[in-house]
Every structure is written in C-alpha cells, then in structure tokens.
Design a binder for this molecule. Sequence first.
Ligand code: DGL
Length: 262
Amino acid sequence: MESESRPIGFFDSGIGGISVLREAVKILPNEDFVYFGDSKMAPYGVRTVENVKKLTLDAVEFLLKKDIKALVIACNTATSAAIIDLREKYSKYMPVIGIEPALKPAMEFGRKGKVVIMATPMTLAEKKFANLMKKFDRNSKIEPLPCPGLVELIEQGIISGEKIEQYLKIRLNPFKESGIAAVVLGCTHYPFIKESISKVLDDDTPIIDGSRGTVQQLKRQLVKYDIQASNRDKLGNIRIFNSMNSQDIIKLSYELLRGEIN
Ligand code: DGL
C-alpha cells in the first residue's frame, strides 16, 4: 500500500476527539481517518499521569495496527500526560500531533476581564499547562477552571438542557461580575456544549477551542512528511472504533461528527 493512501489515526479518551475530527474532515476532505475513543476508561482527567500514559500508549498500539500514517492525540489530557513519550517513540516514522488549550488566540482578543480556561483537573495540573501559563499570563488575566464531572455528562450524550446549564452556571457565574474576556475550551469534549456555554454567558464573549489550530498543524505535517492523500477526486472514508462494546456510543459518535444532535 502506498503511504499516501493510509489513514490518519485519531485518539481521545472518549467521544471528545470527534470535535477535532469534524474539523479535520472539513479541512482535509480527501484523507481517510480512523478514530479510537476509550470511553470504557473515560474520564482520564481524574486518573494518575502514569495511568493515562499507559492507557494512551495502549490505544495508540490499536491505531498502529490499522496502519496509520499520522497520529493525532485529540485529547488535551492525554497530550499533557503522554505526548513527549509518544514523540520519542514514533515521530521518526510519522507525524505525532497533540492538542493544548488555545491560550494565544484568547489573549489576542484583548478584551477586558479574565480569560477562563475550562479543562480537566489533570490538564490544568500538568507541567505543560504551567509552561503555557508562564508564556501567556502576563498580567494574571488567566483563570484556570477545572470541570470534573463534565466529560461524564457529555459521554452520555447530554450536551444541552437543564443539567448542563446548571453545571455551567455554578462554575461560570462567579466570573461574570469582574468580566470574562474569553472562554477557552481546554478539553475536546467541550465544543459539543458550546451553545450551552453561550447561553449561560448570555453575551458575545468569544468561546475558543483548539481544533482548527490542531488540524492546521496536522496539514503542515502531512506536507512536511510528504504523505498527503494522493487521490484528490474522492472523499475520504471515516471509521470509528470505541473500547466500549456498544453500538450506542458508535452511533452517538457519528451523529456528533455529522452535527446531527444538539
Ligand atoms: N477529551 C478529553 C480532553 O481533551 C477528556 C479527558 C477525560 O477523559 O477526562 O482532555
């Protein structure tokens, strides 16, 4: 098989990475994709770093067996725990792309108030995030907001309605008084609840996620490694796998990919 016709592997702790895959399908329509979600073991964000590293490396083994030509860790939590090890192991053979909270564009808005970073407890506790803070938090504008329990709701397909809004109100309302400059979605599950976040903020506060930046980086790497899809006339195909032995989670994944539920 020619290298160019092999699929691109996507990984997340569950269905969250579908938000990044959705962007990838738009920007790279001729590529084939294979997605693996580890919903059985989700959430990752409350586990130990060592445990997340092991789960991620095992999941990548699964994707390698599908003969992937590039690897996207479409999970902020797994990226912070395992990206260094993954690059060490695999970047000789293929591009290895991770995702991190999009602080830079959020700071560039230059709006008054705090930049609130919603993410899992692990992402916010890890060194990778501390380094990002050091780089961008010049005048203590950044407010990390851990959101335990939110991934679990989204994994059940709860992406709108009273339960989610109540959760968001409790966490976001305290920042409203001093003003919110922007909200950064530092977990790939959260773009699916963007409308609920907007509703709770009740104004035009920018809500930013890192999926476009990640896919642009993937595109640059495909060019660099010279492994772009060779057939530009046909749309690529997408295969979704999940560690949970359930057709419901696969169905939910395709529905989220196609934007069929809200
Ligand atoms: N989508 C994952 C992320 O971006 C969620 C992690 C989890 O399972 O807690 O961090």
